[in-house]
Write a protein that binds this ligand. Structure first.
Ligand SMILES: CC(C)(COP(=O)(O)OP(=O)(O)OC[C@H]1O[C@@H](n2cnc3c(N)ncnc32)[C@H](O)[C@@H]1OP(=O)(O)O)[C@@H](O)C(=O)NCCC(=O)NCCS
Length: 145
């Protein structure tokens, strides 16, 4: 089905919080999402299939540097290249804002996310042990635009 993508607005935070709860066990609260969306460097993408919000990306972009903070697709909609479309949209937005390099951190055990980032040309950098609350290791990844 055809995906539509648009930039996130501050009025989307309730919808984003609802989607977070379904996608993450350690989900961000609406107030945490409000804080991210209020940042001057905020840059985010929301994806719809018809009227249904199916995924989003929360990120930042300031001068030459952008960062992916969060990306998720509802479980029932995964594996349809929606995550790739959302990430591509963010990379385009960040590039238009002047970003030259995009950074992110991902759990070392999150194979679907790592596969997604690799498919878009992200390279692995340093690893950080005990980065997450449960002790999991983070892999830093980056992509030059
Ligand atoms: C990571 C996530 C956003 C991917 O969304 P998606 O819509 O399923 O991804 P896509 O269908 O666009 O797949 C993109 C690439 O990743 C690969 N991929 C996706 N899911 C995969 C899986 N479960 N196992 C292996 N590879 C996978 C695809 O093969 C595809 O590569 P290709 O284009 O070379 O075929 C989704 O799995 C998700 O929401 N996970 C939970 C939240 C999360 O962990 N977010 C990342 C940390 S913030």
């Amino acid at each position: 089905m055809q995906i539509t993508l648009r930039e996130i607005q501050s009025s989307d935070s309730a919808l984003l919080a609802e989607t977070e709860r379904v996608c993450f066990s350690a989900s961000w609260s609406k107030s945490a999402i409000d804080s991210v969306c209020a940042r001057a460097d905020f840059c985010g993408v929301l994806a719809f299939i018809g009227e249904q919000a199916v995924g989003y990306l929360l990120g930042t972009s300031l001068f030459e540097t952008a960062e992916v903070l969060r990306i998720a697709v509802l479980p029932a909609f995964r594996g349809n290249h929606y995550g790739g479309a959302i990430l591509d949209s963010f990379l385009g937005l960040a590039q238009r804002k002047g970003a030259e390099r995009v950074f992110l951190e991902v759990r070392e055990d999150n194979a679907p996310a790592i596969k997604l980032y690799q498919s878009r040309g992200f390279l692995a950098g340093r690893t950080r042990k005990n980065y997450y609350e449960d002790g999991a290791t983070a892999v830093e990844m980056y992509k030059d635009l």
